[in-house]
Design a protein around this ligand. Structure first.
Ligand code: SAM
Length: 450
């Protein structure tokens, strides 16, 4: 198809998708771009035609801009760098606190008082973001929040943020922590991607110690070992809050419970949340299926330093009664909880290369009974057809995130099934975590003991 024909076809597809969006009930509540207070989730997460429209618009940009599109991509590392400045200089919070009414805007000199940033430089950072619809510049040098900037805010006062600068994300929904993790840990790591991939010493390695992030932060070991060091506690804390935020994004909470009969499981059946972090999965499943018992396992610094505060704040009673247990456990070692009803691993396998995955799953198979189930929750991943319409770039972004941080990867269903079989598990079924008819991007894989 020639370019003009492609353009007209995309226009027709875009119009059709927008007409569908307009007729959906969810679209009636579509917030204006200027509406900084609008709640999550975004329309693309709950309306498949909204996701389709954004995909068509992106393809149209590539068609019309061609090489100029590539130049923009080449320069786009500045976007996450500027986002991190905005988060760590508390821009969104300073605007909310300082403007006379929502949308009135605040002069950059006043915004800059929330940190030590130079106002003239901050104005340029915010202008680049506003040129991409994150914040708005209502008058020269005067900025306000909008729908896209509200995820950057912790929701705290500037006074509180300055008083507790070691853990600014405590008690938040974790969205700002997740964005800060992406715009610091992952951005710095990805700037070493080519170095790691083109160095014959590391190019073919699948060891975590050879991941690009180890060059960025001069790490000897895995990123998890690095965060375990006392001087890096704030990075571990930020990552813990970031993983909690996953539940908020793209209706992750519903994506978790769709498709498995947690509510039909017997009273006191045990679910082990392996590599569970602070227990974001267990916290949500506790609400969904309160008859279950939960054991959250992770590294000692996560279980000892991070998880208790989260549970005391969100479900203290479950911890006190013993319904939920926080357990330090290295998942490469024999599994101490035998014959659990479910061993669940969310976003754990994608952190590891194939041989390590087998080494993590094998002790679970050894500890399992014939009725135990292994549940893997991971990002969906597939190869592309020629001339694709990519509805969501997230699987490919997440895949690169795993490459730069862990020398690991997202996988297809066939790859998960093959690895689990090597470890002693037989495939039962897989399902898409569809929320409101929209593919959340999550896949669930269920296995039983071979
Ligand atoms: C990507 S996070 C996922 C956390 C959690 N499953 C969730 O979805 O929120 C991976 C987790 O694996 C944990 N982990 C890494 N190495 C581990 C090990 N050897 N034993 C147990 N947990 C480990 C990390 O500390 C981290 O909490």
């Amino acid at each position: 198809m020639a370019g003009l024909e492609q353009l007209l076809s995309l226009r027709d597809q875009l119009n059709a998708a927008i007409d569908q969006v307009a007729s959906s009930p969810a679209a009636k509540a579509l917030p204006a771009l200027s509406d900084a207070g609008a709640p999550f989730p975004p329309l693309v997460a709950i309306d498949k035609n909204a996701a389709l429209a954004t995909a068509i618009a992106k393809k149209m940009t590539a068609l019309l801009a061609g090489p100029a599109h590539v130049s923009e991509i080449a320069l786009s590392g500045h976007f996450p760098a500027c986002l991190r400045v905005a988060i760590e200089a508390h821009v969104s919070e300073a605007i909310s606190e300082g403007e006379t009414e929502p949308g009135a805007g605040l002069a950059v000199e006043e915004i800059a008082q929330a940190s030590c940033v130079d106002p003239a430089k901050l104005a340029r950072v915010l202008r680049l973001l506003a040129a991409n619809y994150v914040f708005s510049e209502v008058r020269p040098g005067v900025f306000t929040n909008n729908r896209c900037s509200n995820g950057l805010s912790t929701g705290k006062s500037i006074h509180t943020l300055k008083e507790n600068s070691q853990d600014v994300y405590a008690g938040t929904d974790g969205r700002a922590a997740l964005l800060a993790h992406c715009t610091e840990d992952c951005l710095k790591a990805s700037s070493f991607l080519a170095d790691a991939l083109l160095d014959p010493e590391t190019s073919h390695s699948s060891k975590s110690k050879d991941a690009p992030i180890t060059r960025a932060f001069k790490i000897d070991g895995t990123v998890f070992d690095y965060w375990a060091q006392p001087e890096n506690k704030q990075y571990l804390t930020r990552f813990s809050h970031a993983m909690y935020a996953i539940n908020q994004f793209m209706r992750g909470d519903e994506s978790l419970t769709t498709g498995y009969p947690f509510r039909d499981m017997p009273r006191d059946a045990v679910l082990v949340d392996v590599g569970g972090g602070v227990g974001s999965v267990a916290l949500h499943l506790l609400q969904h299926a309160p008859q279950l018992r939960f054991i959250v396992q992770d590294r000692p610094e996560v279980i000892g330093q991070q998880a208790p505060a989260v549970w005391k704040a969100k479900a203290a009673q479950a911890l006190e009664s013993g319904q939920v247990e926080l357990q330090s456990h290295d998942f490469f070692r024999p599994q101490p909880v035998k014959e659990a009803a479910v061993y669940l691993l969310r976003f754990v396998i994608h952190d590891w290369a194939d041989d390590e995955v087998v080494a993590i799953l094998r002790p679970l198979a050894k500890g399992a009974s014939s009725t135990s189930r292994l549940l893997l929750v991971e990002q969906s991943y597939r190869t592309l057809e020629p001339d694709p319409l990519v509805i969501s770039p997230l699987p490919y972004l997440a895949d690169l995130q795993m490459l730069v941080a862990n020398n690991a990867q997202e996988r297809t269903q066939e790859q998960y099934v093959a690895l689990a079989e090597r470890a002693g598990w037989k495939f039962v079924k897989a399902w898409v975590a569809a929320v409101g008819g929209t593919d959340s991007g999550w896949r669930h894989y269920e296995f039983e003991k071979l």
